[in-house]
Design a protein around this ligand. Structure first.
Ligand code: EPU
Length: 437
């Protein structure tokens, strides 16, 4: 049954919410449980569709997983895996199965992983993952819709990633912890979610260090033990609600918003005229006192402006005076959602040139990866089909800002990645009518 949200806009968000564990950490940490027989526990687990999808994938290969959504705990018993193959029915649901390759190779000498899914925001190949496994001594073949990996035991090596990919870094890190010898992953991703994964692996008995130049050094060990770990808070959820508070000229305390992990976002917010105050228990965002003005920014890997902060920022900039420019350098196709914002009254134009920053790897390839936003523009309600998770949230903010009713369909994308979204917007004074059709 398809769900829709009906939203009556023109609301200033007001009140407080609490951030939960990060979507882009928890699902990888669930996979890490496979590295050790026994029962591992995750805490601060968000109540999102991606946790549920990943739980089902883990169960399909023999793990027993119990999620107490109210308590935010998840236990995974990985004592008995039933084989090296992730069933084909789990292809296309999210980007997690490929991250299971290392653990399955360690346990069975092989892994069979169906094609990947996730939001449609670019080509999203997995070549860095596959090349990394080959460097670690695995044989990798693609046949019958699945990647087939095999190796008696992975062997430590030096890997230099062509781009600091989050998923490839996590995958190779989880593969290297039980490899024979030492692995260096150079030009690696260093996002806080990856550091959180490294901390979890260390608690299991891994030996991992981080150099200052995007290099992870992992000294393989023979066995790991289960973990009990608290997932770090979601910095995307925090920034998304922060942008919503400011754009709607509201006043919202975001408990659990972590200044350290929001450092770059907060700088951009302040440059755009957004007001906030750091408090002991979170950050208070004061849209009422904000005088929004245009900025020129580009997304980038950590510690740059996250690509997942781009959409909330764009919505906010539709309410800023002047011409803003955003250059997307992580994904080639992450502005598709702006077409619907145009139908709501936003003035956004896309360009294939690298605007507002340095040239990026998409230069001359024809992808519309720069956006020019002219503001401020009043928005009005519309009927919108959600194309991906982060776009979905920004439509919710646009709907809150808009005059009249907005109908959002395809809300499963939002529910995949945002904890109790209807409840949280409701607590901030934006009632959302959920319709099942
Ligand atoms: N890339 C390759 N080859 C590879 C791997 C990546 O060319 O083998 C390219 C991608 O096509 C992309 C860039 O490298 O252009 C970065 O991709 P990355 O591997 O870093 O992304 P990911 O691991 O697939 C995660 C998050 C994304 C987030 C990015 C960047 C998860 C499940 N997803 O994706 O989050 O945008 O890192 O920080 O952790 C989201 O949450 O909505 C989302 C898309």
């Amino acid at each position: 049954m398809a769900r829709k949200y009906l939203i009556e806009g023109g609301v200033r968000l007001h009140g407080e919410i609490t951030i939960r564990g990060a979507k882009n950490a928890v699902t990888k940490e669930m996979v890490a449980a496979m590295l050790a027989p026994g029962v591992s526990t995750l805490r601060n687990v968000p109540d999102i569709g991606d946790v549920d999808i990943t739980r089902r994938v883990l169960e399909s290969i023999g793990c027993r997983a119990v999620h107490d959504a109210a308590a935010g705990t998840l236990t995974i018993d990985a004592s008995n895996l039933n084989g090296p193959e992730v069933p084909a029915e789990y292809s296309g649901l999210n980007r997690i199965p490929i991250l299971m390759a290392g653990a399955l190779i360690h346990r069975f000498g092989k892994a069979v992983i169906p094609m990947m899914g996730g939001c449609d925001i670019g080509a999203r190949p997995v070549d860095f993952h596959l090349q990394g496994f080959e460097r670690l001594g695995a044989t990798v073949e693609y046949r019958d819709g699945a990647y087939h990996f095999s190796a008696d035991r992975l062997v430590g090596t030096r890997i230099t990633l062509p781009f600091p990919s989050v998923g490839a870094t996590e995958n190779l890190m989880m593969a290297a912890v039980l490899a024979r010898g030492t692995t260096e992953i150079r030009n690696a991703a260093v996002e806080p979610e990856i550091v959180d994964l490294a901390l979890l692996l260390q608690s299991m008995g891994a030996i991992i260090s981080q150099e200052t130049d995007r290099t992870w050094i992992i000294q393989g060990v023979d066995a790991l033990t289960p973990f009990d770990h608290r997932v770090l808070n979601d910095r995307i959820e925090a920034a998304s609600f922060a942008a919503a508070a400011i754009a709607t000229r509201g006043d919202v305390l975001i408990r659990g918003a972590d200044q350290l992990h929001l450092l770059t976002f907060l700088n951009w917010l302040r440059r755009a005229g957004g007001e906030f105050a750091i408090q002991a228990d979170g950050i208070r965002f004061r849209g009422k006192d904000s005088h929004l003005k245009s900025v020129a920014a580009e997304t980038g890997v950590h510690p740059g402006l996250m690509t997942d902060w781009q959409q909330p920022l764009v919505i906010l900039l539709t309410q800023a005076s002047g011409m803003s420019v955003i250059h997307e350098t992580v994904y080639e196709n992450r502005f598709g959602y702006t077409e619907a914002l145009g139908r709501m009254g936003a003035n956004i134009q896309l360009f294939s040139e690298c605007l507002g920053g340095s040239d990026c790897r998409f230069r001359h390839l024809g992808h519309k990866h720069s956006a020019v936003i002219l503001g401020p523009t009043p928005l009005h309600g519309a009927e919108i089909e959600i194309p991906d998770l982060r776009a979905g949230f920004s439509y919710m903010v646009a709907a809150a800002l808009a005059k009249g009713r907005t109908t959002l369909s395809g809300v499963r994308y939002i529910e995949r990645g945002y904890d109790r979204i209807v409840e949280k917007f409701g607590a901030l004074g934006l009632p959302i009518q959920v319709v099942e059709e």
